[in-house]
Structure formats: C-alpha cells, structure tokens
Design a binder for this molecule. Sequence first.
Ligand SMILES: [Zn+2]
Length: 149
Amino acid sequence: MSDLEKLAKLDIKMAVLALLTAEGVKPMSRVDSFEGPEKVVSKIIEKLGLTVEIKTEGCKSEILFGSGRGLAKYKDALKLKGGEKVYEMGLAFGYPKCCSKYFSEFLTGLKNEKPDKLKPLEHFSCPNCRLSPSLQKKYQEAYDLFELA
Ligand SMILES: [Zn+2]
C-alpha cells in the first residue's frame, strides 16, 4: 500500500487534497477539525514535497499544507478583510479567479444569485463557469483513485 493510500484510509479528503496540492493543482490546502494521528499524516504529506503546519486545540487539529509560496499566499490572505480576503483565500485554495471573485461578491452582497456548490470540490462556482468543470473532474478522479484502491 502506498503512503497516499494509507493516508486515504485515515482521511480520504486529506489524501485527495494532498495529491492535488502535490501535483500543483492547488497552491495549498486546509483540513479543519482533524482528529487522528497528525504526526503520521504530516510525515506522509511532507514526503510529497509539501510543507505542513499543524495547529492543535484540544483533540482537534487544523492541518495546512502546500508549497512554501502557497502557504505564504494563504497567510497574506488571512491579513485582509471582507471580499478581498475571500477572493485571495479562494486563489490560495486553487479555485479559479472567476469563482473566487463571484463568491466574494456574493458574500458581500454585490451578487444576488447563489453560487453553485460543486461536489466533491466543496467549492462555490460562479454561474456557468468554464473552468470549474475541469477542476471538478480532477477532484473526482482523485477520489476514484482512492475509493477503488
Ligand atoms: Zn468560475
């Protein structure tokens, strides 16, 4: 069993995000409320060439991983406010600019039409997005890879 398959047994979503982040589809990823062996998870993700940061509170952890640049982008976004913060965070998570912009405008009341929540992306797409379907396909392929393993 590969390391990534081991990770998928612990948390399939984390394995999908780790694979896509290592492939450069996403600059970085964040997994909230992880309850599990964070040291084991961290070692597997680091072997993929990514930087891992873990914040633990009680028995739950927030796990961030990505390229150095990806994590820096995310931290810069955290310092912003309002729509700009939402937009920049969307880009750090690897969502298309059009969708990140639409979602930030929706949250700040500039757009009324609710964005589509795409599975398994867990991402809000702008209406009739041209970029999200191919991103969605990459996520689905990664889930299929681990679910069939
Ligand atoms: Zn879009």
